[in-house]
Design a protein around this ligand. Sequence first.
Ligand code: TXA
Ligand code: MG
Length: 356
Amino acid sequence: MNTAIWEINPSAGNLHSHQAILEGGKILRSGGLVAFPTETVYGLGANGLNPQAVEKIYLAKGRPSDNPLILHIVNLAGLEPLVTEVPEKAELLMEAFWPGPLTLVFPKRAEVPLKVTGGLETVAVRMPSHPIAQALIAAAGVPIAAPSANRSGRPSPTLAQHVIRDMDGRVEMIIDGGPCQMGIESTVVDLSGSVPILLRPGGISLEALQAVVGDVLLDVGVASKVSAGEEFKPKAPGMKYRHYSPKAELVIIEGESARVKAMIAEMLESAEQKVGLLATREMVEGLQEYLPSIPVKILGSRADLDEMAARLFKLLREFDEEDVELIIAEGLPLHGLGLAVMNRLRKAAGYHILQV
Ligand code: TXA
Ligand code: MG
């Protein structure tokens, strides 16, 4: 398949009449695939009410079919035809965080194909804030099923170049709207019970959710203590797969900073593979004498977890380009976006974690 690649400046006026948006809307309506930027990561869109179109997403990504998709809508009128009820806490969260990086799981209506929900009776819905995403969904006139636009198992794409790398020739169209601002996927919250459950940490922090709805439970897939090989059955099916993985082996060193630094120094000295380091600016500064000959990627300064979230996936992909065999990563604080960053990093490492 020949993939059309269009560049759009997200801050251009009148996106709704942009030729690429009109063309993309037409492709989506007729059952094709369009990759597009959102404020979190690039999405791979299809008409969410058309099971044949949705099937193409699974094929293009190489994604297991029990892993459900998020439906993207552009306004609140788009929610009602998809769900049977909207609990009060959902109303509060929607008011606080939509449009934006929050996905809510509701009981689904019969009209939502089981292909979208991986056979579940619930459906995940999100209203993105990115102007290109909004214009495209409006142009399509249907809810858009869209997972992250990476091949299954790879780090999510935060640049159009990442999407082109994974999806060229597999989709009708890729819209290049520049870098994604958040760089990490939406937070997924299940509202089908009385207490909201955090299924996937993401762009809206746990603290921000709690400030709006009070108690929020953590699903087992999120709880930080899950260790290698431990059996667990997360409620968001996508959380159980090895994910976000660079080609290199990845090990995370977690613990008090001075001990983490000593352990990294020891590993750098004794490593026989081609090693790379993924760490905070402060850690890298403390390790200068060990670093001249290896690829080093700075996630950001320790206090700026938003910056780290925005850079994580891009840096993991860069290590692949440099044929690194072992990535040593520094563990990060778990508050704010740190919870989401560490969730992705631990998965990327296949839960290969050294506590020091
Ligand atoms: O930021 C995002 O959410 C991006 C952009 C493109 O919107 N999309 C995204 O989709 O990350 P995806 O497919 O890569 O991740 C969707 C997550 C998976 O972990 C999936 O298992 C979970 O949401 N999910 C979807 N529907 C669900 C449902 N009905 N119940 C529980 N989990 C669900
Ligand atoms: Mg994904």
